[in-house]
Design a protein around this ligand. Structure first.
Ligand code: AMP
Ligand code: ZN
Length: 487
C-alpha cells in the first residue's frame, strides 16, 4: 500500500512500526462553534483511511483530539457570557452528533486538551531541561526554535527565510530570544481559564497539546499523523520540534494532509458569506450525501462545493442504494420461491433450502465481480484514491443491475449484496439502515455507564457515551439522573 508522505514529499510503501497494528493521530477541531463542512473533510477522509486499514486486517488505534481551550473559545465565551468549559463541552456534543450523522466512527480515544494539562507541564519542563525551551520574565515559556536542527523539514521551509519574514513583526512586549520562538505556555489574562504551573498561572499553547496527547495515547513514535494542509505550518512543524526534542526519537513516520474544501471555487470564509456548517447541509440532505460527495475526489485534491455537485452526489448515492435495495428485495422473494412442498419442509427442518444453492452459472457470474473488488482495492492501495474506488463501486452496481433476477438463487443474490455492502462499508456508506436501537437497550447501556463511572472506569463510560452518540442517542447528566434523547 502506497501513501503520500508530506515529510518526504513522495508516495511511499506503508510499513507500520508494529506488524498488524497502526497508530494514528488526527488533529481535531477547536470547539467554539458548530463544525463547518471544511472541518468535515478531514473527519470523513481519515475515517475512511481507518476503515480501509481495518478492512485490510490492521488493528487501528485512532486518536483525535478536541481543542477545548483556545483564544477563539475564550473570546466567544466572554461574548456569550458562558464559561469557556461549558461552551466547549456543548460544541463537542454537537460535533459528535454531526460525526455520527456522517457515519464517522468515534475515535478509539477523543482526548480533551483541558484534561491533559499535567502531561503538558511535564513535556514543557523536559524541553526546558534539555535546553529547547525557556521561561521569559512574565512567565511565558517559549520553544527555542533554532536549537532544533530539523526545523522546517515537514513544510520545506528554510529557517533563515523564516527569520527574514519575521524581522519586522516582533510584537512589542514579547520577551523572546528570537522572533522564531513559539509559545508553549502563556500567562492568563483577567477572567481567562488558567492552570497552575512552575512558570505562571496560565494555559498551554496549541501545538504542545497535540504532542502530549499523541505521546500519551499512542507513544513517542507513531505511524500516521494527519490533518488539513493548513496545519503543515506552523502547527505540525512545531509538533515535530517539540516531540522529537522531548522524546529523542522520530515522531510520526507518515504525515497525511487533506487539501481544502472551497465553495463555488472560492475560499470558504465567514466574511464572504459562503460558509456552511454541517448542520446547514443537514437541513437539505442526508449527511451520507455529504460524505459521498467528499469521497468523490482524491483527498489531496482541492474540492469545490457547489449545489450542482451535491445534487450529482445525491443521485450517485441513490443509484448505489437502489441497487442494494433491489438485491435485498430479490433475495427475500427468492427465499422459498420455486420450491416444492417437500423442499420447503426440508428447508424448515435444516435451515438450508435448495434455492440457497448457487448454480455453476451463478458461481461464474459471481467470480466476474472479483475484478471490481480488485479495482476498488488497487485504488485504495494507491494513496487512498477514493475517487477511483467509487468508480469501482459504480461498476459493481451496474453489474448487479444487469445480472440479478427474481429467478436467481438466494445464495447468489446475497453474495452480490454482501460484496456491495462490504465495499460501501469501507467508504462509510450505509446500504442498509440498522434496526433502530430499542429503549431497553439504551437503558441497559446507561446503567452500565453509571456502574463504570462508579468504579472510576471513565474510559468505559466515555466509550458507552460515544457508542450511543454514534446511534444518535445523546445523554444529559442531571441531578435527577441521566436523561437521554434520540437525535
Ligand atoms: P480547526 O478547527 O480550524 O483547527 O480545524 C479542524 C480541522 O479542519 C483541521 O484539520 C483543518 O485543517 C481542517 N479544515 C479547516 N477548514 C478546512 C477546509 N476548508 N477544507 C478542508 N479542511 C479544513
Ligand atoms: Zn494538532
Amino acid at each position: 500500500m502506497k501513501v503520500y508522505n508530506t515529510l518526504t514529499k513522495r508516495k511511499e510503501e506503508f510499513i507500520p512500526l508494529e506488524e498488524g497494528k497502526v497508530s494514528m493521530y488526527v488533529c481535531g477541531p477547536t470547539v467554539y462553534n458548530l463544525i463547518h463542512i471544511g472541518n468535515a473533510r478531514p473527519m470523513i477522509v481519515f475515517d475512511t483511511v481507518r476503515r480501509y486499514l481495518e478492512y485490510k486486517g490492521y488493528e487501528v488505534n485512532y486518536v483525535s483530539n478536541f481543542t477545548d481551550v483556545d483564544d477563539k473559545i475564550i473570546k466567544k465565551s466572554v461574548e456569550e457570557g458562558i464559561p469557556a468549559q461549558e461552551m466547549a463541552a456543548r460544541y463537542i456534543e454537537e460535533c459528535k452528533k454531526d460525526m455520527a450523522a456522517m457515519n464517522v466512527r468515534p475515535a478509539t480515544t477523543h482526548p480533551l486538551a483541558t484534561q491533559e494539562i499535567s502531561g503538558m507541564l511535564d513535556m514543557i519542563s523536559m524541553l526546558i531541561e534539555k535546553g529547547y525551551a525557556y521561561a521569559a520574565q512574565d512567565g511565558t515559556v517559549y520553544y527555542r526554535t533554532r536549537n532544533f536542527k530539523g526545523y522546517g523539514k515537514l513544510s520545506g521551509k528554510n529557517i533563515d527565510d523564516l527569520q527574514v519574514g519575521h524581522r519586522d513583526i516582533q510584537v512589542t512586549g514579547e520577551q523572546k530570544e528570537d522572533p522564531l520562538d513559539f509559545v508553549l505556555w502563556k500567562p492568563k489574562k483577567e477572567g481567562e481559564p488558567y492552570w497552575e504551573s512552575p512558570w505562571c498561572k496560565g494555559r498551554p499553547g496549541w501545538h504542545i497539546e497535540c504532542s502530549v496527547m499523541a505521546k500519551k495515547y499512542l507513544g513517542d513514535e507513531i505511524d500516521i499523523h494527519a490533518g488539513g494542509e493548513d496545519l503543515i505550518f506552523p502547527h505540525h512543524e512545531n509538533e515535530i520540534a517539540q516531540s522529537e526534542a522531548a522524546n529523542g526519537t522520530q515522531f510520526a513516520r507518515y504525515w497525511l494532509h487533506n487539501a481544502f474544501l472551497n465553495i463555488d471555487n472560492k475560499k470558504m470564509s465567514k466574511s464572504l458569506g459562503n460558509f456552511f456548517t454541517v448542520r446547514d447541509i443537514a437541513e437539505k440532505y442526508d449527511l451520507q450525501v455529504l460524505r459521498f460527495f467528499m469521497l468523490s475526489a482524491h483527498y489531496r485534491s482541492p474540492l469545490n462545493f457547489s449545489a450542482d455537485l451535491m445534487e450529482a452526489a445525491k443521485n450517485g448515492l441513490e443509484r448505489i442504494l437502489t441497487a442494494a435495495e433491489n438485491l435485498r428485495r430479490l433475495s427475500e422473494a427468492a427465499a422459498g420461491a420455486g420450491q416444492t412442498d417437500t423442499e420447503q419442509n426440508q428447508a424448515l427442518c435444516t435451515g438450508v433450502s435448495a434455492a440457497d444453492k448457487m448454480t455453476d452459472e451463478e458461481q461464474k457470474l459471481l467470480a466476474q465481480t472479483d475484478v471490481y473488488v480488485e479495482k476498488f482495492e488497487a485504488s485504495m492501495e494507491d494513496d487512498f484514491n477514493t475517487a477511483d474506488a467509487v468508480s469501482a463501486v459504480f461498476e459493481l452496481v451496474k453489474f448487479c443491475n444487469t445480472h440479478a433476477f427474481a429467478s436467481d438463487s438466494k445464495a447468489y443474490l446475497d453474495s452480490l449484496s454482501s460484496r456491495l455492502a462490504q465495499l460501501c462499508d469501507v467508504l462509510g456508506i450505509i446500504t442498509e439502515k440498522e434496526e433502530e436501537i430499542l429503549d431497553e437497550e439504551i437503558e441497559r447501556l446507561i446503567a452500565e455507564r453509571q456502574a463504570a463511572r462508579k468504579e472510576k472506569n471513565f474510559a468505559r463510560a466515555d466509550e458507552i457515551r460515544d457508542q450511543l452518540a454514534s446511534m444518535g442517542i445523546t445523554l444529559k447528566d442531571t441531578r435527577e439522573g441521566v436523561v437521554w434523547k434520540r437525535a
